[in-house]
Design a protein around this ligand. Structure first.
Ligand code: NAD
Ligand code: 0WE
Length: 262
């Protein structure tokens, strides 16, 4: 018997087998949760439907968070099949590619700031707002963040402020929904090579830097982030809300690079 037995989880952000969202879906399924998935646009539909079969998921709905109607439609459709939602996972982030290379100010534009905050931060609050009527009274909402929210990670650029906004919004949502027993948390994951990450220049160096700088001297996996999300989604985490949980092999505690790796 898994610790998510009887729970219904909606998981956004699947793009490939390497997506953090897929690791989360697998971990939650392994603990007994029933899974529903969303896909961004028709390009990803077939791929997400294939992944759905490995998760015994039969509810697969479109969601582009740039579209208000798709957000409303999502929970209207989901509500026709599920009376309540126990877990909502937001694993969505995007900035225009040009904004993730070069210097912060050089790559900055009004459009990059607007898009990155809209898609990566506002969307979590928008999903929380639209799902309110469907959420169970002990539901758990989870989003994915990165250390670039608090510290300057070269090249992360406008995604840093967007993740800072996401984390702050997470706390406001937690305060809002807390009286209903609903918990809201973020996982700050270390770098993982996913589709979104693959296209970033110098990402391999970032992985090796994170590895040598972390107490555990290694990178983290989708499976490890998935297990942490399964925990936060479960009643085992019933006292935890408004928290940022680091799944980064300890990297964030360090103030300097370990001597053996300098
Ligand atoms: P990924 O490319 O597998 O997933 C990103 C997802 O965002 C995709 O499924 C994509 O469809 C979705 N998305 C983008 N724009 C969207 C929109 N308008 N509407 C709906 N969905 C949209 O990459 P990932 O690394 O698994 O990213 C998932 C989350 O984890 C993101 O929030 C990312 O910032 C965060 N994160 C990633 C890392 C890493 O190193 N990979 C580390 C920490 C946090
Ligand atoms: O949040 C992220 C990446 C999010 C992301 C990735 C892309 C690539 C494709 C957002 N938007 C886009 N836009 C695209 O066109 N991470 C935490 C991974 C990541 O990205 C970095 C990192 C790390 C870590 C960019 C620069 C430096 C470090």
């Amino acid at each position: 018997m898994g610790f998510l037995e009887g729970k219904k989880a909606l998981i956004t952000g699947l793009a490939s087998e390497r997506s953090i969202a897929y690791g989360i879906a697998q971990a939650m399924r392994a603990q007994g949760a029933e899974i529903a998935l969303t896909y961004q646009g028709d390009k990803l539909k077939d791929r997400v439907e294939k992944m759905a079969t490995t998760l015994d998921a039969t509810i697969i709905l479109p969601l582009d968070v740039a579209e208000d109607e798709q957000i409303d439609q999502l929970f209207e459709q989901l509500g026709q099949q599920w009376a309540q939602l126990d877990i909502l996972v937001h694993a969505i982030g995007f900035a225009p590619r040009e904004a993730l290379a070069g210097g912060y100010l050089d790559s900055l534009s009004r459009n990059a700031a607007s898009v990155s905050h809209d898609i990566s931060a506002y969307s979590f609050a928008a999903l929380a707002k639209a799902s309110r009527g469907l959420l169970a009274d002990n539901a758990s909402l989870i989003t994915l963040s990165y250390l670039g929210a608090e510290k300057v990670m070269p090249g992360y650029n406008i995604m840093g402020p967007a993740k800072a906004s996401l984390e702050s919004s997470m706390r406001f949502i937690a305060a809002d929904l807390g009286p209903r027993g609903i918990r809201v948390n973020a996982i700050s994951a270390g770098p993982i090579k996913t589709l979104a990450a693959a296209g970033i220049r110098g990402f391999r160096d970032m992985l090796s830097h994170a590895k040598s700088g972390a107490p555990l001297r290694r990178n983290v996996t989708q499976e490890e982030v998935g297990n942490a999300a399964a925990f936060l989604g479960s009643d085992l985490a019933s006292g935890i809300t408004g928290e940022v949980l680091y799944v980064d092999a300890g990297y964030h505690i360090m103030g300097a690079t370990p001597a053996d790796e300098a």
